[in-house]
Design a protein. Sequence first.
Length: 282
Amino acid sequence: MAEDLQTPFDVAVVMATVVRPTIAQALRSIFAQRLDGRIQVLVGVDRWQGERGFLAQLIGERPANVSVTLMDLGYSTSRRNGGLYPSSYGGALKTILSYAANSRYVAYLDDDNWYAPDHLASLLEAVQGKEWAFSLRQFVDVASGEALCPDTWESVGPGRGVYAEAQGGFVDTNCYLIDKLACHAVFTEWATTRSAGGTGGDRQILQRLIQRPWGTNGRHSVHYRVRLEGLHPYLLWRFRSAGVDLRRYLPPDALPADAVWQACAAFDAAQGTATAPPPPRR
């Protein structure tokens, strides 16, 4: 029986990729979603790093309720690879695939992260009566994939976290579920990033969404790889305060001195930025 692509799917997942080995875990986490419905995965290849046969094999593992649409333009739309659009992370692919998705509800997943099994189902519940919804993140070590701690200070929603005062909060792309019919005009922000280095699209998207009704599943259902080495000392302090043993992941000369930790603790006390619970649904 031919696959039914014309009937809209219950949810779509957009993935812009260079086909790194980690895409296997990312795709399999979508295939493993506990969802009573149909899922469309749209994979857009920015440029090939991995093998075409490897990706084809992965797509062949999909279960019956999941369809995979592969888009390979044969060139990169990103300016850093010779394309026209400033975003360093896929150029215009997220924008193009968002419009191409044959579902009203669109989620996103980078090829080096993965979902918990209830991610999509819980977000579909959270978005009902809203225009967009978001999940929270679980930090994992970039190399080993070991769980570090929940993200309770960065991607925690509008008006919250360490970016609340300067940027109105933050939501990572991997955490979004967007009603594309209600939010049709926002997707161009991913292609036309305005920050140095072709970054900032996530923040621009949030600025377009922040005044619209939103929901959250309140769950750390995105596993997000992070490299601790090179992070700002204050962010390392947040990991340390969350119970992460930094000595396992950083060389001794990369560990801040005790005086730095003391300064970070004093800053937290003055600003009242201690770890907070997930935001309520709005």
